[in-house]
Design a protein around this ligand. Structure first.
Ligand SMILES: [Zn+2]
Length: 94
């Protein structure tokens, strides 16, 4: 009786889980947010008949900064630093 196990190998499970489950300041489990600041210009392109043209590059002039720290949704206290590099191990393959 041959039982074949199909084994999924390869990828390490990537976790975006926060390092905490609950806000240490107010005890809220509501969640957290990051602050991102966008500045710049959005060029929205129209054809002369009023229809929308190709707008693939509409965000090219926009700069987005921030998103480094996580803040509590409830009390807005800074909770932890987002792990940008560690969260993407597939980018460090050699
Ligand atoms: Zn809080």
């Amino acid at each position: 009786m041959g039982m074949k196990l199909s084994e999924k190998t390869g990828h390490t499970q990537i976790s975006n889980k926060a390092p905490i489950n609950v806000c240490p300041f107010c005890g809220s489990k509501a969640g957290y947010y990051t602050k991102q600041q966008a500045r710049g210009t959005i060029e929205y392109i129209y054809n002369y008949d009023g229809s929308e043209a190709e707008n693939d590059g509409m965000y090219d002039l926009l700069t987005v900064k921030g998103g480094i720290y996580a803040y509590c949704l409830h009390c807005s206290k800074r909770l932890f630093k987002m792990q940008e590099s560690e969260a993407q191990p597939w980018l460090t393959w050699t």
